[in-house]
Design a protein around this ligand. Sequence first.
Ligand code: HEC
Length: 154
Amino acid sequence: MTMTIHGRPSRAQWLGVFAVAGLLIAGFVWAGAAVLRWAETHDIAEDPISDRMMEKKSRQLQRVLDGMIAHDYKTVADAAAEIETISESMQWFIADKEYDADRTAFQDSLQSLQAAAGSNNSEAAIKSADLLVDSCMRCHDHLANDPTRLPQGR
Ligand code: HEC
């Protein structure tokens, strides 16, 4: 097919142009989707306060709670370990001394929860899970009332 257009382009020439344009668009869409998929599976969340990272923290807490209800202590221990990893990468963000107590309570609860879940100690797991939820809410309450932080309602 020659693409040189003499006078009025023929129907076949138009079809050719549309086909090429269509392929280009499909290519862009495909490449865009591939990038999005990549971003989904790789944590571009080197930026620790990215929403994705935060969303993860809540999702893992949900897994802790679901695991507790189902008496599935393997899931509980696994989710607690995930929360620990996530929070390690956001430490700097509240490196503030102000938050030392919150962070300690949080980390202690995660460690005791993992130990309790690991030994199927339901009584201790219940206590630690309570402390974990408590520590999430306390630190967030602290953040919400912190005048040095931007008023973003967090
Ligand atoms: C020691 C303090 C601390 C503890 C404990 C803590 N967080 Fe956070 N959390 C933060 C900080 C700091 C941010 C970032 C807030 C901001 O961007 O202003 C954050 C952000 C979040 C966000 C995103 C909210 C938003 O508005 O972007 C969620 C959801 C969240 N945390 C859930 C949890 C859960 C669930 C737990 C307990 C498993 C928890 N956090 C424990 C300090 C804490």
